[in-house]
Write a protein that binds this ligand. Structure first.
Ligand SMILES: NC(=O)c1ccc[n+]([C@@H]2O[C@H](COP(=O)([O-])OP(=O)(O)OC[C@H]3O[C@@H](n4cnc5c(N)ncnc54)[C@H](O)[C@@H]3O)[C@@H](O)[C@H]2O)c1
Length: 262
């Protein structure tokens, strides 16, 4: 299990959910793992046990100087960033005619501008090193609209296109950029926004939009991140990969039931 042996990985949103699961998977695959998050991580101790080298930083990804300082510190001590995973993000949305500008701005700032700033901070050493893998965490809600999505879907749709642009701009320098578009994944964000925000009963039909008829797990997103981080994806760039149990595969209209297939 050393597909990322000695690779230097910077992961934002690393205290929780998808970022944490990715940090754990990368550590198990031999990477030197550096996590950053707004909140402290009570689980980082497990990563320290399994990673050859690791560190955790408190960071607001919208704070450009602070983020640059952390990334510069990592590169000074451990060499260029090989992999960045931008998992820091917040839930959001609401109906536009009731939306406060400040709330719209908050979601765009963290999800989109924060992603751009993380990529920017890491690109400095990636460009010098002529190598790197940028992995953004967008969403199925960045690929299609949904009721009440507004600021969240806009931020994630823009992350998808930002990622494709990074692939266009830096491919010739040996740097790849790919977006992961998770379906609904059982993380603290999911619990707060979906299970508690909507209520379990109202959320249940969303589960069945996933053609596998279940919610996703953070480890299943970490697996896709490992693919994009490793040499297995050496000819893959500019992709927005749904990891969503078939959520965006298409629509179901009850035809299979009519035909007696289910
Ligand atoms: N859980 C899902 O269903 C789902 C689906 C699609 C996409 N996503 C995306 O995956 C990413 C990870 O989400 P998650 O589900 O693991 O949620 P999570 O809440 O468990 O983790 C998100 C982490 O981001 C951190 N964060 C928030 N704002 C920050 C900031 N300004 N600076 C630094 N860190 C900040 C939080 O403290 C938290 O630890 C997010 O971008 C989210 O939009 C999640």
């Amino acid at each position: 299990m050393s597909r990322l042996k000695d690779k230097v990985a910077f992961i934002t949103g690393a205290a929780s959910g998808i970022g944490l699961a990715t940090a754990q998977r990368f550590a198990a695959e031999g990477a030197k793992v550096f996590g950053a998050d707004l909140q402290e991580s009570k689980d980082w101790g497990n990563i320290e046990k399994s990673a050859s080298t690791s560190d955790f930083f408190t960071l607001d990804v919208t704070d450009e100087p602070a983020q640059n300082k952390i990334v510069d510190q990592i590169t000074d001590q451990h060499g260029p960033i090989d992999i960045v995973v931008t998992a820091a993000g917040v839930a959001g949305g609401g109906f536009v005619h009731m939306m406060e500008l400040a709330e719209w701005q908050r979601v765009i700032d963290i999800n989109l501008t924060g992603t751009m700033l993380s990529a920017k901070a890491c690109l400095k050493s990636m460009v010098e090193n002529r190598s790197g893998s940028i992995i953004t965490i967008a969403s199925v809600e960045g690929l299609e609209g949904c009721e009440g999505g507004s600021s969240y879907n806009s931020s994630k749709g823009a992350v998808v296109l930002l990622t494709k642009n990074l692939a266009c701009d830096y491919g010739r320098l040996g740097i790849r950029a790919n977006a992961i578009c998770p379906g609904f994944i059982q993380t603290p964000m999911f619990k707060a926004a979906i299970m508690e925000g909507m209520g379990e009963e109202r959320a249940e039909p969303i589960k069945f939009q996933h053609k596998l008829n279940r919610w996703g797990k953070p480890e299943e997103i970490a697996g896709a991140a490992l693919f994009f981080a490793s040499e297995d994806s050496s000819f893959v760039t500019g992709v927005a990969l749904p990891v969503d149990g078939g959520y965006v595969a298409g629509h179901q209209y009850g035809v299979a039931e009519m035909a007696g297939l289910v």
